[in-house]
Design a protein around this ligand. Structure first.
Ligand code: UTP
Length: 301
């Protein structure tokens, strides 16, 4: 009998996507390197994983994405310079997400064949243990990080865990939607999931937000390389298949979620994160007040 409650030590970050929705910004710069206030999306995702107690970080990378892993290289010259100049607060910010030697691994997804394919590329690095998956273009803001909330539940339930958050009913056609046993509960067993259902067919209004805890048996299914929507190897299809043999649990995020994969979502995330930042919050409020002034709004329109 498989143990479905082994501790989660590894996180997979699929960062090999093309980021077409964010062109032209992402023509050269990987989407995952776009700064959310003061640090790139990928750093925020790694910090979320660290907060949840994850110790090993696996990047599924692609062509032109080397900046992402370079960002996690320690730069002794920069550290020395900041120390010499007495800029200790900056030094602290720079070293905040340092990853110890031997704890970063990189594998290549040679072609962007879909999220499911990207996850399958990490198989040999993950091995035979459960792991977390982070979609780096989704950021969440709450008292506790999304993955920490999920691991708390996983320690009770084991199995597979998916983070979810409610969306307005009329927008279900934009998201992966869960079919859960008790939609009102914060934690609920998942019965199924549907990609982008019409509001009238949606089994709930809980959308899948891009944080997963998965058992290693998902790799056997992904390795069948079955193509789904858009001709891509879809993670959702593989999860639906695994659901026949293993339990899946939905954890409703306590907090807000932001889709940083497109322009307006990214703009909103920057406003929200800046307002929540102890260093920038107050002044960001002042800036917003300036723009909320009707005259300025009209002038900008
Ligand atoms: P998205 O669905 O946002 O795709 O991927 P994308 O290619 O990055 O962006 P668009 O749709 O062209 O604008 C969600 C996450 O999965 C990764 C992406 O890098 C992103 O972090 N991904 C997606 C891969 O690593 N490989 C893939 O084949 C697809």
């Amino acid at each position: 009998m498989t143990d479905l409650k082994k501790p989660i030590k590894k996180a997979v970050f699929p960062v090999a996507g093309l980021g077409t929705r964010f062109l032209p910004a992402t023509k050269v710069l990987p989407k995952e390197m776009l700064p959310l206030v003061d640090r790139p999306l990928i750093q925020r995702a790694v910090e979320e994983a660290q907060e949840a107690g994850i110790e090993e970080f696996i990047f599924v990378s692609g062509r032109g994405k080397s900046l992402i892993t370079e960002h996690f290289e320690i730069q002794p010259e920069l550290d020395d310079l900041l120390r010499e100049k007495g800029k200790l607060d900056l030094l602290e910010r720079v070293s905040h997400s340092d990853i110890p030697s031997g704890k970063v691994q990189i594998c290549m997804q040679q072609r962007a064949l879909g999220l499911g394919h990207a996850v399958s590329c990490a198989r040999s690095l993950v091995g035979d243990e459960p792991f977390a998956v982070f979609l780096v273009d989704v950021m969440t803001l709450g008292e506790m990080g999304c993955m920490a909330q999920m691991i708390k539940v996983y320690n009770e339930t084991g199995g597979n865990v998916i983070a979810s958050s409610p969306v307005p009913r009329d927008l279900t056609y934009k998201y992966g939607i869960l079919d859960v046993e008790n939609e009102g509960d914060d934690v609920s067993a998942i019965r199924g999931m549907v990609e982008k259902p019409d509001p009238s067919d949606a089994p709930s209004n809980l959308h899948i937000i891009g944080r997963y805890i998965l058992q290693p048996e998902i790799f056997d299914i992904l390795d069948r390389r079955e193509k789904g929507a858009g001709g891509e190897i879809q993670l959702t299809d593989a999860m639906v298949s695994l659901m026949q043999d293993q339990p899946f649990t939905s954890v409703k995020l306590k907090g807000e979620t932001y889709d940083c994969g497109h322009h307006l979502g990214f703009i909103e995330a920057n406003i929200a994160f800046a307002l929540a930042d102890p260093q920038f919050g107050r002044e960001t409020q002042e800036i917003l007040k300036k723009y909320i002034n009707k005259e300025n709004l009209n002038a900008a329109a």
